[in-house]
Design a protein around this ligand. Structure first.
Ligand SMILES: Cc1cc2nc3c(=O)[nH]c(=O)nc-3n(C[C@H](O)[C@H](O)[C@H](O)COP(=O)(O)OP(=O)(O)OC[C@H]3O[C@@H](n4cnc5c(N)ncnc54)[C@H](O)[C@@H]3O)c2cc1C
Length: 432
């Protein structure tokens, strides 16, 4: 039996490889980069290991958590888990502080809103009633802004809660983001206190999933080839027949999972008439950046909560990595496009420090700074994008797709990537 060839060792490709290997199918996993992880990986800089960007998982990431359990990763070893707590720093309108309650189901959110500090009693009631109005699923063509308008959300609630959460969760500003996708995220994330809990990686991302998954694959006999780029898919009579690597080597295959990002996948699919329409749709997905600014303030410096929202930019969130065993290291996050992308790294790091100094005057000066920009971090989760996202099965027999850009209904997240990989593997196995 020829191995199933999986192209791309991001979290989607790894999830598919684990699922197929666990079912006893032979697997070859091919990755262009020297390490696994894709857009959620560890990188070395100045003798230290960093993540390519700050990542946050939620308790609602059920498939990712199940995958970790399956490959033998104990959550307590790789995450610092805290109940949902949102501290939004806002010099213009005053800070907001919400802490999830312990009541079951969505009552924990009601509890958080009723107990919010920074709001008057009247505002809390208005916010609670307004949050309830967002339970009805929006029409697919609506943007988040239009949806919030229609549901009469109080302006301060929009500015301090919904718009920052939308940008963080979808990496897409509310003005163009899909209300249907955001609604799904809110329904999942606020389903109960377990789902809304924050899971902050306490190890380098590579050690959370990519390394343990690679170890699992080795034990199950899978063949992994890193630093190997696929440059062409061979299709004969409507069936996949193999692939060609950049070094000129060819591999025969009758089942291939293409788990590259949308634009890399589109390049490989565009060469064949049967898949050119999918390629066109993937090319239509607009990619948006995420910038992470690491600032090292020294081990004695810390914030009162591991994650805080910052309104008024350019940093939108600040993470204190102390909980994850890196005291004094802060990660500032800017999702989406903006004027910050035109600044050089030094100016951006200085701007970030200045902003932090205004919110936290006791911080002092950072000892070092490092800026990581992922220019193609995620696709923009717009209503148009929702209509473009493909299913895992293609018109070419034996050729399957996986990746966060598939039609999972979730935004581009680790959970979306893992779900797409598992779903693809299950369908492929069922198809025989
Ligand atoms: C800075 C940043 C912060 C983020 N924060 C969060 C967060 O907090 N929470 C969250 O849930 N999600 C977050 N995300 C999104 C999340 O990282 C992605 O959704 C997820 O990693 C995508 O995984 P994937 O496997 O679908 O694609 P990818 O990770 O892009 O994997 C595709 C792989 O295919 C390989 N490849 C491409 N072309 C070829 C080829 N021709 N041959 C062989 N290999 C090839 C690539 O090298 C890559 O490794 C963030 C993303 C970024 C960039």
């Amino acid at each position: 039996m020829k191995p199933v060839v999986i192209i791309g060792a991001g979290w989607a490709g790894l999830a598919a490889a684990v699922e197929l290997s666990a079912r006893g199918l032979p697997v070859t996993l091919i990755e262009a980069a020297p390490t696994a992880g894709g857009r959620a990986r560890s990188v070395r800089h100045d003798g230290r290991t960093f993540d390519n960007g700050q990542h946050l998982l939620l308790g609602a990431y059920r498939d990712t958590r199940a995958l970790l359990a399956r490959i033998g990763v104990r959550e307590a070893d790789v995450f610092a888990r805290t109940p949902l707590e949102l501290r939004m720093r806002d010099a213009a309108e005053g800070d907001l502080h919400l802490r999830a309650g312990s009541l079951p189901g969505r009552l924990h959110l009601a509890q958080a809103l009723l107990g919010a500090s920074g709001l008057t009693l009247r505002e809390r009631w208005r916010w609670l009633r307004a949050a309830h109005r967002l339970r009805r699923a929006p029409a697919p063509e609506l943007t988040v802004s239009a949806w919030l308008d229609a549901a009469g959300q109080p302006p301060r609630m929009r500015r301090q809660l919904w718009e920052p959460l939308c940008l963080a969760a979808l990496n897409t500003p509310a003005g163009i983001a899909s209300a249907a996708v955001f609604h799904r995220v809110l329904e999942d994330a606020f389903a109960g206190p377990e789902q809304s809990a924050l899971y902050l990686p306490s190890r380098a991302l590579g050690r959370v999933l990519p390394d343990p998954a690679a170890a699992f694959l080795r034990v199950h006999g899978a063949n992994t080839r890193y630093g190997t780029r696929v440059r062409h898919l061979s299709v004969r009579d409507g069936r996949i027949s193999g692939l060609e690597l950049r070094n000129g080597e060819t591999l025969e295959a009758d089942t291939v999972v293409l788990a590259c990002g949308p634009h890399d996948s589109a390049r490989l699919l565009a060469a064949h008439a049967e898949t050119s329409e999918i390629a066109e749709r993937l090319t239509g997905l607009e990619m948006l950046p995420i910038a992470t600014i690491y600032l090292d303030y020294g081990p004695e410096v810390y914030l009162e909560t591991a994650m805080q929202g910052l309104l008024g930019g350019p940093l939108q969130w600040i993470f204190d990595r102390g909980l994850g065993g890196e005291p004094g290291l802060f990660a500032g996050v800017i999702s989406g496009s903006g004027p910050h992308m035109a600044l050089d790294n030094e100016t951006l790091a200085a701007t970030a420090q200045h902003q932090l100094g205004q919110h936290f005057p006791s911080l002092g000066h950072a000892r070092s700074a490092w800026v990581v920009r992922e220019r193609r971090a995620t696709f923009a989760a717009t209503p148009v994008a929702e209509a473009l996202r493909p299913a895992s099965q293609t018109p070419v027999h034996g050729l399957w797709l996986a990746g966060d850009h598939l039609d999972t209904g979730l935004p581009a997240t680790l959970e979306g990537a893992v779900r797409s990989g598992l779903d693809c593997a299950q369908r492929l196995a069922a198809a025989g």
